[in-house]
Design a protein around this ligand. Sequence first.
Ligand SMILES: [Zn+2]
Length: 397
Amino acid sequence: MSEPLGELRSAELGELASLVGQRQESTRAELARMTGLARSTISQRVDQLLRLGVLIEAGDGVSAGGRPPMRLTLNPAAGVVLAADLGATHSRLALASLSGHIEDERGLEIDIAAGPDLVLDWLVKRFHELLEDNRRSPGDVRGIGVGVPGPVEFATGTVVQPPIMPGWDGIVVPDVLSPYFDAAILVDNDVNIMALGEYWSRGLEDEQMLFVKVATGIGCGIITNGSVHRGADGAAGDIGHLRVSSDSDVVCSCGNINCLEALASGSAVARQLAAEGLDVKYARDVVRLGQAGDTQAVRQVRQAGRRIGEVLASLVSFYNPNRIILGGALATLRDDLLAGIRAEVYHRALPLATRRLVIETTASGHRAGVLGGAILGAHGALAPDRLSHWIRSGTLA
Ligand SMILES: [Zn+2]
C-alpha cells in the first residue's frame, strides 16, 4: 500500500529518479556524491523509490574493495514515454524508456497543414500502434513529448500563431491528447526539442549551447546547463527576424526588411538561385545542388553562412556559449555553411567569448527532434506533480 507523499517529498524523489534516469544507472554512493547529500538521506530516498517501484536494483557495480555496491536503474515496468517530432511534411515518432532512451522509432509522412483535428487524431492512432508493437498499453504511458514546427506557449502546450500550420492557432495540444493518455504531455517548438535532443545525446554537462536550425526558416534553441531557456513567453531564440546588413532591401514574411531568415534561410537561398536562373524551389533543392558541387549554390550557401555568422557573433558576445551546433537541411552542406559562419564569428566576437567556443554540425541529424521529444517526455514523467499523481492514483506500489 502506498504511503501519502507531500509535494516536497515527491519533488525530492523525482529529482533523484531523474538523476538515475539521466545516467541510465547509478549506485547510492554516486548519487550521494552528485547531490552532495548524506549517504543516509540517499539510502532513505532510494528505499522509498524501490518500494514505489520507480527504481529497481540492477545488479552489482564495481567494487572499490569489500562488497560491490548495488546498481540502481529506473524500473522498465514503471512505464514508458512517447515522443513525436512533427514537421511540415515529415514526422518521427518513438517509444522510449522512462530515462528517455529510445527503444523503437519510425519516420512517417504527414501534412501539418491538414490541421490539428486530422493530424492529432492520426498521431493518437500511430502512438497506439507503437505501443501495441512493443507489447505496451496506453496505461503504461507516463510522459509524452511533442515538437511542432511553430511557436508554442510551453506552460500550456498551446500553439501560437504558427506561420506554416494553418488552423493550429490557439490549439492546446495536451487537451487533445489527454483523453487518450494519463501522462505528462509537454509540447515545444521543433528547434527547442532538437536542441534538447542534441545536448542529451552528446552526454554534455554544464554547457551553454546554442542549436541553430537552418532549414526553410532559421531558429535557435538555447540550452543552459541541460535545460531549455524559453524566455518569458516562449519566444527566446527566435533569431530569424534579427536584422542583418545587405546591399539591397529584402522584405521578410514578417513585414520587416532584411531579416536573417529573408536573406539566409534555405528558402531565401533557393529564391536567390532561382533568380539566377537555376531550377530551384525549396531548401532541399539547394542541398541537392550544393552536394553536387554547383558553384552558384556553393557561393550562395557560403554567403548565407556569413550572414548567419553576423548574427551569431552578436549572440556569442551576449550569451557566451561554449558550443554552437548547426542543424536543419542546410547543415548537410556543412563545410560551405560552417566556413562562412566561423569566419564571421571569430572575426567579429571578442576573443574572450570565442576562446573555448566550438562551432560544429549536428551529430544526431534528423533524429535530434525525436531524441529531444523523448527527453522532454521523460522529464515530465518524473516531475513532482506527476510522481505524486502516480502514487495517489495507485498505479505505483
Ligand atoms: Zn522577419
